[in-house]
Design a protein around this ligand. Structure first.
Ligand SMILES: NC(=O)c1ccc[n+]([C@@H]2O[C@H](COP(=O)([O-])OP(=O)(O)OC[C@H]3O[C@@H](n4cnc5c(N)ncnc54)[C@H](OP(=O)(O)O)[C@@H]3O)[C@@H](O)[C@H]2O)c1
Length: 246
């Protein structure tokens, strides 16, 4: 039986799959959580076969808020004291123009990217705070660093998520619980498929995520150079920024 365990939420994401594999390769028991239960079962089976670790597939639907309490309780019951942390990768990005004219798309981004993340992670946070150990690693986005006309609806949900992480990190610090905010730039997944000419691989993103958890980093950009790209973008004065097509 593995001595350590983690929960990976949004497991069918390419980044999450690579994160789950890298934890399993290190001997961790992994609970993978996703809404596509067939795919999720296949991911868990792959972890068991390839790495010889415990792999559990639990159903997770970000928009089914009334199920989040039972989901968290089941994760805690299954891994017990072995539960070291949670990596949240679920996210939804609708096309900006479509979401401007369709509140249901904008609302889904708010629900999946922000509300559901807060709903599920506040529950894990309460558990870790009482236990006085653990980590929460949250995949946000560089899109939350500045509002741009091309994706401000998605970006604002990630901005809210990043600020929430910041406050949670501040709250949990005295309890020895660490919160890592991950801000990917472009990663080659189905979310960005065909839209970006260059992108990091999910495996490289996962490696950076595990390293950030291990080193107790607060905010990491993935790949690292996005920190400097966003530094420049954040410092363009608003009077000039509003005239730019970004
Ligand atoms: N790829 C990038 O360049 C990039 C850049 C910045 C940030 N990110 C962030 O990285 C994270 C992982 O994204 P990705 O690039 O790997 O894209 P992805 O493959 O589209 O992954 C998104 C994940 O969220 C899940 N999800 C969406 N709505 C859900 C719902 N209602 N309930 C449960 N799960 C739901 C998806 O499940 P299904 O498979 O069932 O749809 C999928 O597992 C996301 O938070 C994304 O915002 C990605």
């Amino acid at each position: 039986m593995s001595a350590r365990g983690v929960v990976v939420i949004g497991a069918t994401s390419a980044i999450a799959r690579a994160v789950a594999q890298q934890f399993a390769a290190g001997g961790c028991a992994v609970i993978v959580a996703a809404r596509d239960q067939d795919e999720n079962e296949a991911i868990a089976a792959d972890l068991r076969v390839r790495y010889g670790v415990e792999g559990h597939a639990f159903a997770w639907d970000a928009e089914a808020f009334d199920t989040h309490g039972a989901f968290v309780a089941r994760c805690i019951e299954t891994l017990g004291d072995r539960l070291e942390g949670v990596v949240l990768c679920s996210g939804y990005m609708a096309e900006q123009k479509a979401a401007q004219g369709d509140w249901s798309l904008a609302r889904r981004m708010i629900d999946v990217n922000y509300s559901a993340s807060v709903s599920v992670l506040e529950r894990f946070a309460a558990h870790f705070e009482v236990r006085r150990s653990g980590f929460l690693c949250v995949v946000s986005s560089v899109a939350g660093d500045r509002g741009r006309q091309s994706n401000y609806l998605y970006g604002s949900t990630k901005a809210a998520l990043s600020i929430w992480c910041e406050g949670l990190r501040n709250r949990l610090y005295p309890a020895g619980v660490h919160v890592v905010t991950v801000k990917p730039g472009f990663v080659d997944t189905k979310m960005t498929w065909g839209t970006v000419p260059f992108a990091a691989s999910p495996e490289a993103a996962a490696k950076a995520i595990l390293k950030a958890i291990d080193k107790k980093k607060n905010v990491v950009y993935v790949p690292w150079f996005w920190r400097y790209i966003m530094l420049i973008i954040r410092h363009v004065p608003e009077w000039q920024f509003k005239k730019m097509k970004m």
